[in-house]
Design a protein around this ligand. Structure first.
Ligand SMILES: *[C@@H]1O[C@H](CO)[C@@H](O)[C@H](O)[C@H]1NC(C)=O
Ligand SMILES: *[C@@H]1O[C@H](CO)[C@@H](O)[C@H](O)[C@H]1NC(C)=O
Length: 426
């Protein structure tokens, strides 16, 4: 059973879950490296919510047991750092992907190697079905994507390449099947999907995705939602909903966002979407309409992610960056990128939010990182650590999630590390 099982579950539910050998309400039921049960207790359905890393038991067709009403707030703290050496790969706007070795036992993180990546591997994803295969964007004007194999010592080797069909692919997603990828071009406002070859290293069957139908589209991220694909569009102030029919992707509707908010990155838990807005620096939660064509929804919560006491948030100073969710779905972590000259001497902050079972957000803490421009931060798949990098300065910092996830504690840092925008834990 996952170490992140909610300890506040009632005895009755725990007893029934172990008797049935099923994962508990809101518990993990699948994902990268998961060896536990892939079924859920009665009333819950195992759903891929953070592909490829995490599948979770969310309320399903059957009525949820009443015992779960208060189960989503209290989370156990990690009990001591696992001592195993961890390997982390990082990319950015250089032409290499860097391998880090992180030792939780002595608090060190050091560079152990690198590989040639082509220009600007600014976003990376691990294959959900083969942990020795990595993908990256090549975020340049003639945008591309690359595939890599990863050696046993964690060093990558570039194998396949493909066009992204546009300018500035800032994001690519690997679907949970491990057989399909989709990239979005931030500058040209379009994208492309590919089917991967059986060895997962070659990009085949390109399906171009047309420029989104607004004056200046800026698609920022792709997320799977059932058979649909969601795309946050900073220029449109929409989350587009796409569906595939035959060999084409088309828009079936959208989830509207406030004018000028600039939706950037998102997380999905069950049928709730959490969206980090780059331009107005808010994090919001909304129910996802069951009908793609609804084109309207309500807002559950909308809160600022700016550091406390900011009085000079002149337009364009802060640009909310990355949004990550804990494996249990109970916490969200948002970075804000401070582009002031000079920036806050404490570095960018990470805003920590708790999320209740209904999707309400509560700001619980802001943790300063000492890093400048935190565009990339990634949680270890087990939810124990978060690595964050300074795109502008500061190197990398590894935090351990403590106090159940409501706080972050620095466990390793390397100020001399290269500038980074993306990480993958292997
Ligand atoms: C930390 O431990 C790792 C092995 O776990 C070792 O390779 C590294 O040299 C150690 N670093 C320091 C600073 O002691
Ligand atoms: C919702 O948006 C889609 C895409 O823009 C459009 O095709 C559809 O007609 C809209 N639905 C309604 C009810 O307006």
């Amino acid at each position: 059973m996952s170490r992140f099982v909610h300890r506040s579950l009632t005895i009755a539910l725990l007893a029934s879950s172990s008797a049935l050998a099923a994962s508990p309400a809101w518990g993990q039921c699948g994902g990268t490296g998961w060896n536990g049960d892939t079924t859920c207790v009665s009333g819950y359905v195992c759903t891929a919510i953070s592909p490829p890393y995490y599948s979770q038991c969310i309320p399903g067709a059957a009525p949820a047991p009443t015992t779960t009403a208060t189960t989503t707030t209290a989370q156990p703290a990690p009990t001591g750092s696992p001592s195993t050496l961890r390997t982390i790969l990082a990319g950015g706007y250089g032409s290499t992907i860097t391998t880090f070795q992180f030792s939780p036992s002595n608090g060190s993180i050091s560079v152990s190697g690198s590989c040639a990546s082509g220009s600007s591997p600014s976003w990376m994803e691990l294959s959900p079905t083969n942990k020795n295969i990595l993908y990256s964007t090549n975020e340049i004007s003639t945008g591309g994507m690359s595939s890599f194999t990863i050696s046993s010592s964690g060093i990558c080797s570039r194998v396949g390449t493909a066009s992204s069909n546009g300018d500035g692919p800032a994001y690519m997603a690997v679907f949970t099947s491990g057989s399909e990828v989709m990239a979005m071009n931030y500058n040209s406002g379009d994208g492309i999907s590919y089917t991967l070859s059986s060895d997962k290293l070659q990009f085949t069957n390109p399906i171009p995705i047309a420029k989104f139908p607004v004056a200046v589209p800026h698609p920022h991220m792709v997320a799977q939602y059932g058979s649909e694909v969601f795309v946050t569009d900073l220029g449109a102030d929409k989350v587009w909903r796409l569906a595939r029919s035959g060999n084409a992707w088309s828009i079936t509707g959208f989830i509207p966002q406030p004018s000028g908010s600039g939706p950037r990155h998102m997380q999905i838990r069950g049928s709730t979407i959490f969206i980090l807005h780059e331009l107005d620096n808010t994090l919001s939660s909304q129910p996802i309409p069951s009908s793609p064509g609804a084109n309207s929804t309500t807002t559950i919560s909308s809160l600022s992610v700016l550091p406390p006491g900011i009085t000079n948030n002149y337009p364009g100073r802060f640009h909310a960056g990355e949004l990550i969710m804990s494996p249990d779905g109970a916490f969200l972590y948002a970075s804000n990128r401070d582009t002031a000259t000079p920036p806050d001497s404490r570095g960018d902050a990470i805003a920590i939010f708790s999320v209740d079972s209904a999707g309400h957000l509560t700001l619980v803490k802001q943790v300063f990182t000492g890093l400048q421009v935190v565009r990339g931060m990634t949680m270890s798949p087990d939810g124990t650590f978060i690595i964050a990098g300074g795109q502008q300065a500061g190197g990398v910092v590894v935090f351990q999630r403590v106090n159940g996830g409501s706080d972050l504690q620095v466990v390793a840092s390397n100020a001399g590390a290269p500038a980074t925008t993306t990480f993958v834990w292997i």
